[in-house]
Design a protein around this ligand. Structure first.
Ligand SMILES: NC(=O)c1ccc[n+]([C@@H]2O[C@H](COP(=O)([O-])OP(=O)(O)OC[C@H]3O[C@@H](n4cnc5c(N)ncnc54)[C@H](OP(=O)(O)O)[C@@H]3O)[C@@H](O)[C@H]2O)c1
Length: 288
């Protein structure tokens, strides 16, 4: 399944090698990441086509829907093809009104792992991110107890690899004393560069940096520089934003989210765009 057209591969552990261009499944839930998808057949088709096009890592969580997105993944892709990695997250639940509720007590985190296993139909989860801070940004707080609970499940064989989401530099350092971290997932894109230091650190330590909101999330990226570079390349501004992320560091991985096959194809094709040094300079200025 590995293909250089998907941004090349990244080896994070002996049994964990992925194409850098992946897929983020959050957009498959209903509005505000709550309830069923607007178009169920299209959601299933998006997942199947992503894998057909060579995507070998899908980012998800039980709290998307809640449960809807993991159910769709299982329906579309189970039994899972060899080499497909499903990366899930724990640390939150949803209220009946769609609210997001932090649930990070060790026993609840363990329960969430078991729920993900059941929903996805897996005996061991490929990778689990401990999602810590809010989407707006991480907060410094100790993580050893929470991460320790997941490391325990890793030792029991229920989780293959561990990651973190919405975390600070200090938090990454803290938990590395407990177990290896193969991926960090924080908010980052060409216009939101507050996490530049973490991107560089992940590259130096061989950790995958999965940029969430690579296209701006609920606030789509808009910039004259993106438009200009896209026009010169005959590409779309979204493709340029993704190509910039791939070029930004050797260990960035992309999880653009979409509920449409047309956008999926466009996003995957972005891995083949060549950005010149001049284009990079022009794009770098957006987030400075
Ligand atoms: N750890 C965390 O706290 C956290 C938070 C947020 C997200 N995430 C993860 O990160 C992934 C990516 O984030 P995201 O999906 O929220 O944001 P995103 O990838 O930045 O943007 C998704 C939005 O862009 C649109 N879009 C996608 N491709 C497009 C294209 N080629 N042309 C035009 N519009 C396009 C989508 O609409 P359409 O559906 O119409 O294409 C959707 O509205 C999620 O799926 C999730 O797995 C993690």
């Amino acid at each position: 399944m590995t293909d250089r057209t998907l941004g090349g591969t990244l080896k994070l552990a002996d049994d964990f090698e992925i194409n850098r261009m992946g897929y983020g499944a959050m957009q498959l839930a209903g509005p505000h990441v709550f309830g069923p998808p607007r178009d169920r057949d299209e959601a299933i088709a998006v997942l199947r086509e992503a894998v057909e096009l060579g995507v070998d890592h899908i980012d998800t969580a039980d709290f998307y829907g809640p449960y809807t997105v993991n159910d769709l993944i299982k329906e579309a892709l189970y039994p899972y093809p060899d080499g497909l990695r499903i990366v899930t997250k724990v640390g939150a639940r949803r209220g009946e009104d769609g609210s997001w509720i932090f649930r990070r007590e060790p026993e609840d985190l363990k329960a969430q792992v078991h729920e993900n296993l059941r929903r996805l139909g897996m005996e061991a989860l490929d990778a689990v991110n401990l999602r810590v801070g809010a989407v707006e940004g991480p907060q410094d707080e100790p993580l050893s107890e929470m991460f320790g609970a997941l490391a325990e499940l890793q030792r029991e064989g229920l989780i293959r690899h561990l990651g973190l989401s919405n975390v600070t530099d200090a938090q990454l350092t803290e938990v590395q004393a407990i177990a290896p971290v193969v991926t960090v997932q924080n908010l980052y894109n060409v216009a939101r560069r507050q996490d530049d230091g973490m991107v560089d650190r992940c590259a130096a330590e061989g950790i995958a940096y999965a940029a969430f909101f690579p296209l701006g999330g609920f606030t789509p990226l808009q910039s004259a520089a993106l438009d200009e570079v896209a026009r010169l390349l005959g590409a779309t501004p979204h493709q340029v934003a993704l190509a910039w992320l791939l070029r930004r560091s050797p260990t960035t991985v992309l999880i653009p989210g979409t509920s449409s096959r047309a956008h999926l194809r466009e996003n995957i094709a972005a891995a083949q765009l060549d950005l010149s040094a001049d284009a990079m300079t022009q794009l770098d200025a957006i987030g400075r």
